[in-house]
Design a binder for this molecule. Structure first.
Ligand SMILES: Cc1cc2nc3c(=O)[nH]c(=O)nc-3n(C[C@H](O)[C@H](O)[C@H](O)COP(=O)(O)O)c2cc1C
Length: 433
């Protein structure tokens, strides 16, 4: 029987994606202190484009240099776009090789901007992000003028993406960054037209989409990454997500990617009490294939309300799991992240029938069973577990950007140290620019 994952797919805007697999957005953090595109981006996406995925999403490209998720993010704004126009074109040429779609993920980090970069970031309200061991400033609530500026910035960056050869864009409204903050009632406590009920909390999204469509028309794919829920008490809920999905469909979005969680609750990479606990994560490994997909159940409920294409990302590791999700018709695309850092060709191998299971490298830092207890008071260690393991993936991304293949033997502690050093240097470079 032909596998669905290898079937092509037509988006509402008329573009064709050659198969059902998307490399999920993964921040590259390889721009220098000037936040411009460089040869590393070109090398990296050339490697991924050789891996036969239908759609490559870039890591988050920021619309405002004062609001980056990391100091080595790419930023595109009116001040710097001319300087990097040619390198953006080279990036898109590399990432669209092999008939691959390359979409730019566009974001504003909001209150999740590191404090070293900006100690007073703009956000919907002044609710500060509190992560043990990390430094985030108390946000300045955005004025109406600030909000309109952000809307313009998204539209500008989308236009540059189109003009420089990217074949689509994704608006990042997940994982606790600015647009996701607007949706969350515990973070957006505004009482004006941009806060309060869900209609107001999603207003900025609809305004951005409208402005972007004015800039690029309707034949250019615009997608959005949305949290199925924040998994925070009083946060954006699964019921509200369904309402927002329906509004986004009406606004002319091509595809919604379903993810979930924030820095405070990193479900996006499968970290929750279950996976932190080794005994219970054992259960997870033996669980049904359907459960390998973190957010498929949420997507099922969203599907009841919308008919536009959905993509589900997070946790997919087997061909069978991918096929089951596609066969259910709940989603039309599957996002794959970490396995493509461990082996950029793993999807090609799976499509060729050489691989049934994708490489699993989502290690946690093992410092002793007491630390891994779900009731552990050692929140700092939990945070390290969640984000420390990310360092390993950042290191593999950096290797590919340097034209090397991933080093599967790299120890997570070494990766953590190398990453901390690189981060420190990146902050220094950023501040000097
Ligand atoms: C190193 C790394 C960087 C990431 N950066 C981003 C990002 O820039 N934008 C985004 O939407 N998600 C980001 N994510 C989340 C992934 O897109 C994806 O949702 C997550 O890894 C779960 O998919 P997986 O289980 O297949 O890895 C990142 C994940 C990793 C591991």
């Amino acid at each position: 029987m032909p596998y669905l994952m290898g079937e092509s797919f037509i988006l509402p805007s008329g573009q064709i994606i050659k198969n059902r697999i998307c490399k999920a957005a993964m921040t590259e953090r390889i721009a220098k202190g000037n936040n411009l595109t460089n040869q590393g981006h070109i090398n990296l996406y050339k490697t991924w484009a050789e891996g036969d995925v239908g759609l490559l999403l870039t890591g988050n490209v920021q619309v405002d240099r004062r609001h980056v998720e990391g100091p080595a993010n790419v930023v595109i704004d009116e001040n710097n776009y001319k300087e990097q126009y040619e390198s953006l074109k080279a990036w898109s040429r590399a990432g669209t090789k092999n008939n691959t779609q390359l979409w730019m993920q566009i974001s504003h980090a909001g209150r999740q901007t590191p404090g070293e970069v900006n100690s007073s970031p703009l956000a919907p309200s002044n609710v500060r992000l509190k992560i043990p061991g990390r430094n985030y400033g108390t946000p300045l609530p955005m004025t109406e003028e600030d909000i309109l500026d952000v809307i313009d910035r998204f539209a500008f960056t989308v236009k540059v993406a189109r003009d420089t050869g990217f074949t689509g864009v994704q608006i990042h409204s997940a994982h606790g960054y600015l647009l996701s903050e607007f949706l969350s009632p515990d973070i957006n406590t505004r009482s004006d037209a941009w806060g309060g009920n869900i209609k107001n909390r999603s207003r900025i999204h609809l305004e951005i989409i409208k402005k972007c469509r004015e800039q690029v028309g309707f034949d250019f794919p615009i997608s959005i990454k949305l949290n199925s829920a924040d998994f925070q008490k009083g946060g954006f809920s699964a019921e509200e997500c369904i309402q927002v999905a329906s509004k986004l469909e009406d606004a002319g979005i091509d595809l919604i990617e379903i993810s979930g969680g924030t820095y405070e609750q990193p479900r996006l990479i499968g970290v929750d009490n279950v996976s932190i606990n080794p005994t219970r994560s054992e259960i997870r490994k033996e669980s049904t294939i359907a459960r390998e997909a973190y957010f498929l159940e949420y997507a099922k409920n969203i599907r009841k309300a919308v008919s536009l294409p959905l993509m589900v990302t997070g946790g997919f590791r087997t061909k069978q799991g991918i096929e089951n999700a596609l066969e259910s018709r709940v989603c039309q695309m599957i996002g794959i992240g970490r396995p493509l850092c461990a082996d950029p060709l793993c999807i090609k191998k799976m499509l060729n029938g050489q691989l049934e299971t994708l490489p699993k490298y989502e290690k946690t830092l093992s410092l002793g069973p007491w630390i891994l207890s779900p009731s552990s008071p050692f929140l700092i260690i939990k945070a390290i577990n969640a984000f420390g393991s990310m360092s390993w993936f950042y290191q593999q991304i950096k290797r590919m950007a340097d034209g090397k293949m991933p080093d599967l033997k790299q120890k997570i502690l070494n990766a953590l140290m190398a990453d901390a050093k690189a981060d420190k240097q990146a902050v220094k470079d950023y501040l000097e620019n």
